[in-house]
Design a protein around this ligand. Structure first.
Ligand code: ATP
Length: 214
């Protein structure tokens, strides 16, 4: 197992399918946080969603196609390879064991941050990772009081602060806000409309070849 010596950025999602909203946010976060190790991590069987539309293998294949020309953005396929449901806290625990004491920065959108306290063992997340909350179109902070208290206590505004400790801080980060969602893309395809220019062409070709979301 390779041991990291530098901070690791993790951007988890269902990526059902991956689109330019994800990709642009990932690229900007990677650059602004000066991360050399930045991984998009597709959820295997997401515990917080009723189901996904495309299988984990298809979602992984689409992500790899989207990133094939951008090796600086890596794919971490551990959740897809793992059997059964995958909780982020377990995944992060595994990455932490591999990486040692380096800062881990988990990116999440504002919509995901709003319901963080519904995640499995969410308090433990802060022992394992920093949180980077990427602002998303029309998203608002709507935190429960427990979550709000955690947010206040851990909030920092300077990305450099995340380099001084391995975990436990929260940084809000403004990224270009593209009003694109996987839900919208699935609906368009289902309705026979073109999703062109919302996601990379090789991903669109794959979706049609495989008959996904039809
Ligand atoms: P769905 O519409 O199926 O809920 P989604 O488009 O929100 O999907 P996810 O795979 O659920 O995509 O999102 C993964 C992560 O990417 C989440 O943290 C989410 O907030 C963030 N994200 C999704 N869309 C965008 C976007 N347009 N800009 C920035 N971040 C985004």
């Amino acid at each position: 197992m390779t041991r990291s010596t530098q901070a690791i950025g993790i951007f988890g999602g269902t990526f059902d399918p991956v689109h330019y909203g994800h990709l642009r946010a990932a690229l900007e976060a990677m650059e602004m946080l000066q991360l050399q190790d930045f991984r998009l991590l597709p959820a295997g069987t997401p515990p917080h969603r009723a189901n996904t539309f495309a299988s984990a293998d298809h979602r992984l294949a689409m992500l790899k196609l989207a990133l094939s020309r951008y090796p600086e953005l890596q794919v971490d396929d551990r959740e897809v390879r793992r059997e059964g449901s995958s909780f982020m806290v377990e995944t992060l625990g595994e990455i932490r064991r591999e990486a040692g004491d380096v800062p881990i920065l988990m990116m999440i959108g504002q919509d995901a941050a709003n319901v963080l306290d519904q995640w499995h063992e969410w308090h433990r997340l802060f022992d394992l990772t920093h949180l980077v909350i990427m602002r998303r179109p029309e998203s608002k902070h709507v935190y429960s009081s427990t979550l709000f208290e955690q947010m206040q206590r851990r909030l920092v505004n300077n990305p450099a602060q995340l380099q001084n400790s391995a975990a436990g801080l929260i940084l809000p980060l403004e990224v270009t806000q593209l009003a694109i969602s996987s839900t919208g893309i699935r609906r368009q395809i289902h309705a026979g409309l073109s999703p062109r220019f919302l996601l990379p062409d090789p991903v669109i070709d794959y979706i049609y070849e495989q008959g996904l979301y039809a």
